[in-house]
Design a protein around this ligand. Sequence first.
Ligand code: HEC
Ligand code: HEC
Length: 274
Amino acid sequence: MKKSPETKRSLIRFVTWILSITAVMYVSSVPAQQINPLESDPRAARAGGVLFRSQCATCHGGDAKGITGIEAPDLTLIWAAVGTTDERVFQTIRNGVPGSIMPAHGFTDPETWMLVSYLRSVAATGATEFSGDAVRGSGLFLSNCARCHRVRGEGGSLGPDLSQITSRRSAAALVNSVREPSATIARRYHSVSLVFEGLSAGASGSRQRIQGTLKSEDAFSIQMMDTNQQLRAFMKADLLEFVRESDSLMPAFSRTDLSSAELEDILTFLQSQL
Ligand code: HEC
Ligand code: HEC
């Protein structure tokens, strides 16, 4: 197919753009950049998206939100974590995460910054303003939620840490998580139940059934947290039963369990804990 002069011209413009930023980067490449030099260039995020879909999507998903069953994080949430900076993300992409399957990547500096720009552009924003009573919410949280959820390092671990949840989820998603927990299940918190032969002095007959959240899994083994919040590991070959449950381990809170005003208070408390 013959390229039209228009296509050719825009191709040339694109290549010139790449070359010019490569030159700028080269000149300013020592010492390491602290901020993203392409931050204000919308084309960078688009080019980064193309790179992302070809190099990262197999693990992180085409929309960077992760893929069920693969233990790579939802990258739209990383900016809400304390201490995440453009520079840190740049280094993570370049060096990978040692001891995990996240590989090092040999991209040029501009390409790596394009990926950072892309990840910025898909960052999840919650930023809802809840206007309940945080003090009352704190008490309600303690009595209804804290045995399974941590906030600022305190509470249980069966469910996810909720310290920054209001900046990462929309109000609708938060309400839905509480009213209908099984509708969408947080990554690494899928529930499983298993049966195994307990270790006992006698012969057989000490079958144990436990439930918990699946933390990781490979061809031979699983790691899970049981409902007593103990981390446990099993060889699959040792399991008599291994069932992936579709229901969340979180109980659904109906409006009689927790009124809308009470839920608003809890969310106001969580928002005050950012
Ligand atoms: C083979 C699978 C795989 C590929 C391909 C991959 N990643 Fe990852 N990535 C992971 C895993 C797993 C982690 C979590 C590592 C850990 O902390 O244990 C991770 C972590 C990250 C983090 C850190 C997240 C955080 O919590 O701070 C960033 C950023 C990231 N990846 C970006 C990328 C980008 C950009 C690409 C493509 C250039 C990419 N990854 C390709 C598997 C992958
Ligand atoms: C018996 C333990 C348990 C209790 C009690 C509990 N949760 Fe959960 N919660 C979980 C588990 C497990 C998950 C992860 C699975 C899922 O997403 O449903 C979860 C998930 C969530 C999520 C979604 C998090 C995310 O990353 O999207 C929110 C929000 C939440 N809980 C809020 C609450 C609130 C508010 C209360 C109290 C009113 C509460 N939970 C009580 C166990 C619990």
